[in-house]
Write a protein that binds this ligand. Sequence first.
Ligand code: NAD
Ligand code: ZN
Length: 358
Amino acid sequence: ETVKVETKDRSYDVVVGPGALNGLEGLVADADRVAVIADKKVAGLHGGRLRAVLDEAGVDAAWMDVPSGESCKTLEWFGRTQQFLLDAGCTRKSVMIAFGGGACGDLAGYAAAAYMRGIRFVQCPTTILAHDSSVGGKTAINLPGGKNMTGAFHQPIGVLYDTDLLRTLPDVEVRSGMAEAVKHVLISSKKDALGLLHTMELAEMGEEELIRLIVRGIRVKADIVGRDEREGSVRKYLNFGHTYGHAVEAAAGYGGITHGEAVMTGMIYALILSERITGAGRELTDALQAFAEKNGYPLKEISSHPFDGLLGYMKKDKKASFGDLHFVLLPEAGAPEVRRVSEGDCKAADREYRIRTG
Ligand code: NAD
Ligand code: ZN
């Protein structure tokens, strides 16, 4: 399957399916040098596969492993990527390959955006969550006081999403990525959101069903990014579940809970807010909560984090302007809207969330 992403900066294909990595040869064909930045754990599990594709293409690539997961998204590792690219002899005619989950893709993408003011790069995402993060051109690393606080928009020249690599993903990462896939369905589809929540079971999911859902998520993301690359309008809808979710993630110290798990909590919260503010019914909220409980999402993680702490994080959110609270609400499936919400409503929804999930 191929999904086209068309932005003002660049148009590119997202190729999804078993063996998608084989498409690499065409993307690096005219590069004077190829460099790989890989998540260390992913390199250990699947590096041989990537090396084989590069060998086959006759490419002798420079290779750098970075710490697995979030710990690579630091200024220190960003600095090391720049030195690595220079030492590898990369020029503006070179192509860099990002090989790993969303964390590695964010770091490597930012590295490509900055090196010589921007070189071409290919995203080879290896997690379910990265169906989201590898598409759309947002790249970033963390600062000591804030997540994704320095970064750039830099579109890849292609995304190769090889679903063979997903087989080694631990359950917790499957849950994390699936939350974003569910988000993409909820914000885009009136028709079958409820049905999907009622029937989908992550543990039972076959490869074809998984690929179908991922492709669907990528289409939603590609469509939105194509209409609004710089988040002036509809791209904001992708933040559904993220205002509260980010606060939960921050309160848990970016370790106790994965991004997607926190977003699941945030989506349920946003639906409760939607009930209060837009008069939405409870049906969708209940269905999402039941889905989350059935599939092992840690909805009670927040019980150790009082509302005031979460509120502090929400006010510091990049998307908030000077302490104003804005949420993506869902009066009904497929119809997101951004609303300014009062602290009182926020607090009431928080209380209601804790009661319903307690
Ligand atoms: P991750 O990259 O931290 O990976 C999670 C863990 O899974 C890591 O330990 C990693 O080593 C391991 N892993 C990766 N692929 C594997 C595989 N195939 N088999 C076994 N283990 C594997 O997590 P993630 O959920 O992919 O990404 C989260 C990051 O994405 C966050 O930093 C978040 O800020 C970012 N993000 C960015 C965007 C964007 O638009 N740029 C969007 C959403 C999220
Ligand atoms: Zn997210």
